[in-house]
Design a protein around this ligand. Structure first.
Ligand SMILES: C[S@@+](CC[C@H](N)C(=O)[O-])C[C@H]1O[C@@H](n2cnc3c(N)ncnc32)[C@H](O)[C@@H]1O
Length: 266
């Protein structure tokens, strides 16, 4: 994986939040926020919080006195997240690399991460870091996308974009949809010291009110945009082709599937 897949900046955060959020992230954020609140933690660290889609729902679901820190590698993503909170709401934002956490050992009851782990270049190190900053008895909850077969929109985008650059196709969509082997995830977490790991496949159905809007998020709302521009492509042209492919192959229904992982620290 190239580090370029983790560069969410420029106009990407706004397009991500506006056009991808409602289509593919909101439903899973509801699911994770519910799971986190059910554990009634006193302190929560969110990794790869991005534009705060989950952070907002966490703050609404958690007890008022629960401490919440929303962190991400890319400050431009956190700038969009900050705008979702009123002054006086208890949430802190931190620029932090999930593979090198800027927190003391045993700082948190719970760590949560929505669709971020796939981007961490050294997953084992990220698991060890999560284990280190969790208190004894704490939990790490995160989700990752299942395969393209279970998320057909992703394959439709990749194949469409590939047709523009047959000799040198952008690889971005292989990253978020390339880490879904439950056994591998469980083994890595165990090696990092987690004692109990449970992994559940969770399907979410969503709607596509406008293929054009969804395509705007799929092309302009993540680092694929930079890959298209670097190759001399026209993102508007690619976006129009993606909208056509989405409409043709998916219609108005969006079927999504993810793995939801709960790892416990002794
Ligand atoms: C698909 S977005 C998910 C954002 C958010 N959790 C959500 O559900 O909308 C992936 C996020 O991972 C962040 N990211 C990538 N590599 C990271 C790293 N090494 N450490 C922390 N965050 C990282 C990106 O900046 C981006 O915000």
């Amino acid at each position: 994986m190239t580090n370029d897949a983790a560069k969410f900046r420029g106009s990407i955060p706004v397009n991500y939040d506006r056009y991808l959020g409602p289509h593919i992230f909101d439903g899973y954020a509801d699911d994770l926020a519910r799971r986190v609140a059910a554990l009634n933690p006193r302190s929560v660290l969110e990794l790869a919080a991005g534009t705060g889609i989950l952070s907002r729902k966490l703050r609404d679901a958690l007890a008022k006195q629960c401490e919440l820190i929303a962190s991400d590698l890319n400050p431009p993503m956190l700038e969009v997240a900050k705008a979702k909170f009123r002054s006086g709401e208890s949430v802190r934002f931190r620029e932090t690399d999930a593979t090198n956490l800027a927190f003391d050992d045993g700082s948190f009851d719970l760590i949560v991460c929505q669709f971020g782990v796939m981007f961490f270049p050294d997953k084992h190190r990220s698991y060890s870091e999560a284990h280190r900053v969790l208190r004894s008895g704490g939990s790490y909850l995160f989700n990752v996308w299942d395969s393209w077969e279970r998320n057909p929109f992703a394959r439709a985008v990749h194949q469409t974009v590939e047709s523009f650059f047959p000799g040198n196709p952008p690889g971005f969509y292989k990253v978020p949809f390339g880490y879904h082997d439950a056994r591998e995830i469980e083994e890595s977490l165990s090696q990092a010291g987690f004692s109990r790991v449970s992994i559940e496949r969770v399907a979410v159905d969503s709607l596509i009110p406008s293929p054009r809007d969804f395509a705007q998020g799929l092309v302009f709302g993540n680092p694929l945009y930079d890959e298209v521009v670097t190759r001399g492509g026209d993102p508007q042209e690619v976006c129009a082709a993606v909208a056509t492919a989405i409409d043709r192959e998916l219609g108005s229904e969006l079927h999504l599937q993810a793995l939801v992982v709960h790892a416990a620290r002794n």
